[in-house]
Design a protein around this ligand. Structure first.
Ligand SMILES: Cc1cc2nc3c(=O)[nH]c(=O)nc-3n(C[C@H](O)[C@H](O)[C@H](O)COP(=O)(O)OP(=O)(O)OC[C@H]3O[C@@H](n4cnc5c(N)ncnc54)[C@H](O)[C@@H]3O)c2cc1C
Length: 485
């Protein structure tokens, strides 16, 4: 059947998951076609002159990539990526005191928490999670496989199952430890009073020690370009500017991987899907959106605490209580006056992103899904709070609310950058409750986006799992080329 078009596998969407999935299939000897709707490959890995100024390179989406370094898929692919590491992995400024700094070194980070008790708590929680090779992170990024490190996973799980608010208050007596854990946990985009939000924070903090929080020199698009080149080196074909509106438009192939979220899967597969499965996809829940700003700056951000300049990632939102309040507001459909702001200054690691002396910066805050509220003032106020005079440096600014993000990439439904709500229920039911959630009821059609385990982030593991499952189930029936070779 595949002879008509000559492809063994077609991948729809070229985000990190689609790209990794395509490479895995091509490496196994399959003849692969990758179709991308946008003019450029990469999905969340695209870079460009967003502020319209020459010499300034902005990442539209992902910049800081600890999950890439930690991912079994990327370790296996062993790409030639020019990683740039900041001096400080993450910084969390606080009012009236020095910022909390997360270093590669566990002890140095722990010692900055302000008390011996909290230093010990950091070492025993985050430090322990970071301590042992990749066993724990592999188990977390392959949540439906037999755990590689069951004892460590159980120890991590006992803490990580908790809401970030309870974990922060339970582990740390002082504000410094509590706040930094809240900032890490808020990446989940889930109300910090909900279960497992503490686990997101613990994992991200542990990765700061284990693999660092690096950026790709020259922009995240270079990582996508490496993956496209690797696909080509294995005989794969990648075509941009090819939106797929219906499965019928996809060249016939035994394996189809969809790097799409449930809403688009419903549109593309139409009434081919059995009603029961389609109903589950319709009930899939999207999470909050983001409102993102990119700036071209005439100089470095004037942080009140100059040590913050060394970090590519800066969490702005003050205390655990304040961050939790802001995230609870968003979860309840409100726009916080003082939102948690995730700011990224790539120049802290990679000077190539802006002309000499100039800088780029981006920041987003969470907003209710589909919000059309302009959060520019709220975000810039948080920057001014910790970096007075910030606004004086702005040469140009680009704003992308949920609707603009979704126009950029249809997977960002309502501005949700995580491919779906990431609370406990949908951690296990992503997008359906199944031991093999990548498989759809349509023969040969698999899902591989961030709407499948292990969820959001640039780790490519959705693509890795989907491709391996497809190869195990259909690989021997599919390959035209492998069979010939
Ligand atoms: C503003 C922002 C900041 C982020 N920051 C970070 C970060 O610093 N670190 C990190 O690890 N993660 C970050 N993320 C999350 C990360 O980008 C995503 O989790 C990741 O890109 C998901 O990968 P994916 O392959 O599932 O989908 P995506 O990267 O979303 O790619 C999906 C692709 O499918 C294409 N597509 C959609 N519909 C169709 C169709 N019908 N036909 C053909 N093609 C189609 C899209 O155009 C897109 O290229 C960020 C995301 C955003 C938006």
């Amino acid at each position: 059947m595949n002879q008509a078009d000559g492809f063994d596998a077609v991948v729809v969407g070229s985000g990190p998951n689609g790209l990794v999935g395509a490479v895995m299939l091509a490496r196994a000897g399959l003849k692969v076609l990758l179709l991308e709707a946008a003019a450029e490959f990469g999905g969340g890995l695209r870079s460009g002159p967003l502020t319209g100024l020459d010499g300034f390179t902005h990442d539209m989406c992902a910049t800081v990539l600890p999950l890439t370094g930690a991912s079994a898929a990327f370790r296996e692919l062993d790409l030639k990526v020019d990683w740039a590491f900041p001096a400080v992995q993450a910084a969390h400024p606080l009012d009236g005191q020095d910022a909390v700094l997360v270093h590669r070194d566990i002890a140095r980070t722990a010692d900055g928490l302000g008390s011996r008790r909290d230093a010990i708590a950091w070492r025993q929680s985050v430090g322990a999670a970071a301590a042992d090779g990749f066993g724990l992170v592999d188990s977390l990024l392959s949540p439906l496989s037999v755990p590689r490190a069951p004892v460590r996973l159980a120890r991590y799980g006992a803490l990580g199952a908790l809401p970030a608010t309870a974990l922060g208050r339970g582990l740390f007596s002082g504000e410094r430890g509590r706040a930094v854990l809240a900032g890490m946990s808020a990446h989940s985009m889930v109300d910090l009073r909900r279960p497992i939000t503490g686990g997101y924070g613990l994992l991200l903090a542990a990765l700061a020690h284990q693999v660092g929080w690096p950026v790709v020199r020259g922009g995240s698009a270079r990582l996508a370009a490496e993956l496209v080149a690797l696909l080509a080196s294995h005989g794969g074909t990648a075509e941009a500017g090819q939106p797929v509106g219906d499965l019928a438009e996809v060249p016939r192939a035994p394996i189809v991987l969809l790097d799409l979220t449930p809403r688009q899967v419903l549109a593309v597969c139409g009434d081919r899907l059995p009603p029961g499965y389609a109903g589950k996809l319709r009930r899939y829940r999207y999470g909050p959106g983001v409102f993102k700003l990119d700036w071209a700056l005439s100089g470095p951000v004037p942080w009140r605490d100059p040590q913050v300049s060394g970090a590519a990632t800066v969490h702005l939102g003050g205390s655990l209580a304040e961050i939790a309040r802001g995230e609870a507001d968003v979860a309840a459909g409100r726009h916080p006056e003082r939102p948690f702001v995730l700011a990224v200054q790539p120049c802290a690691a990679d000077r190539s992103r802006a002309p000499d002396g100039k800088h780029v910066l981006w920041a987003y805050c969470h907003v209710p899904n589909g919000s059309d509220v302009d959060m520019t003032a709220a975000i810039e106020n948080q920057l001014e709070r910790f970096a007075p005079g910030f606004r004086d440096l702005v040469i140009a600014r680009a704003a992308h609310g949920p609707a603009a993000l979704e126009r950029h990439n249809e997977n960002l439904v309502g501005g949700d950058i995580a491919g779906g709500y990431s609370g406990l229920a949908q951690f296990l039911r992503r997008p359906v409750l199944s031991a093999r959630p990548w498989r759809t009821p349509l023969p040969g059609v698999y899902l591989c986006s961030a709407s499948t385990p292990p969820g959001a982030g640039v780790h490519g593991m959705g693509g890795y799992h989907a491709a391996r499952l497809a190869l195990a189930e259909l690989g021997s029936a599919a390959p035209v080329r492998a069979a010939r070779g």
